[in-house]
Write a protein that binds this ligand. Structure first.
Ligand code: NAP
Length: 255
């Protein structure tokens, strides 16, 4: 069998029961990694489908379930990962959600805390759990998932979500500086509007149509377009890219 830079590598992708996470798990498997561990929350059937597709690609698999909106869920995932003894060369902190659209006046403290736990805190503490092995081996890739919302403040009722993604983009820079001397590269991808379950839940068709019309590429994004960029960032071709947040949005927002 042909070998390449991904041969023998082990990856952990959160939120891989569907969408960008599932596409990323499969893209990394196609790129040649040996083992893919996935995390999911509520969509067990989707997780099973991802695991079956991964097995069909010839990689070994494992899975973790956790609701990352709670401190207990975050601790359960981080302690589960540590207890598994699995050593990961690639971590993709992808799980995230808008949870609920709400403006300033009606925003509850509970929603605020759940938003931060899922979209910020889980990424920091899972990185904390996985990074020591990477540092020991002086090799690793951590990819976070930001959003175009970090650049534009988000759509209606999405201010706290957008702010979480702004945190992710800034955290990516700081974490990249801290881990670079240890041989670990940290970067992020920032999707624009991806035509998937996320927007089926949170965005009307009329809004999606207007976003498509405003996008120079003339199309909404796909899960695979984000996944391909993650694979690139994990590859040797990206070996001098550190702390960057790569915008993938068909030209909808240019920095
Ligand atoms: N879609 C877009 O246009 C877009 C744009 C910018 C950024 N993003 C970001 O891209 C990432 C992936 O989203 P997606 O577009 O692929 O959305 P998606 O299709 O809805 O998938 C979201 C994934 O996150 C997991 N997740 C959601 N709530 C969770 C919770 N409470 N605890 C643990 N995991 C949870 C889901 O798990 P279960 O299904 O198993 O519950 C699922 O695997 C997110 O960080 C999102 O913020 C998306």
């Amino acid at each position: 069998m042909a070998t390449n830079e991904f041969t023998g590598r082990r990856a952990l992708i959160t939120g891989a029961s569907r969408g960008i996470g599932r596409a990323t798990a499969l893209a990394l498997a196609r790129a040649g990694v040996a083992h893919v561990a996935i995390h999911y929350n509520s969509y067990g059937q989707g997780a099973e489908e991802t695991l079956a597709d991964l097995a069909a690609l010839g990689v070994t698999t494992s899975s973790f379930q956790a609701d990352l909106t709670t401190t207990e869920g975050i601790q359960s995932l981080t302690s589960g990962v540590k207890a598994s003894g699995e050593q990961f060369d690639i971590l993709v902190n992808n799980a995230g959600s808008l949870l609920q659209r709400s403006g300033l006046a009606g925003y509850s403290e509970d929603l605020f805390d759940r938003m931060i736990n899922l979209n910020v805190k889980s990424c920091w503490f899972l990185s904390q759990a996985v990074a020591p092995g990477m540092i020991e081996r002086r090799s690793g890739q951590i990819i976070h998932v930001s959003s175009i919302a970090a650049r534009n403040g988000g759509g209606p009722g999405a201010t706290v979500y957008a702010s979480c993604k702004g945190f992710i983009s800034t955290m990516t820079k700081g974490m990249a500086k801290e881990l670079a001397p240890h041989g670990v590269r940290v970067n992020a991808v920032s999707p624009g509007t991806v035509d998937n379950h996320f927007h089926e839940v949170f965005t009307t068709q009329a809004t999606l149509d207007s976003m498509r019309a405003a996008t120079p590429a003339g199309a909404l994004g796909t899960n695979e377009e984000i996944a391909d960029t993650v694979v690139f960032l994990c590859s040797n071709a990206a070996r001098f890219i550190y702390g960057q947040t790569i915008e993938i949005n068909g030209g909808l927002f240019m920095i």
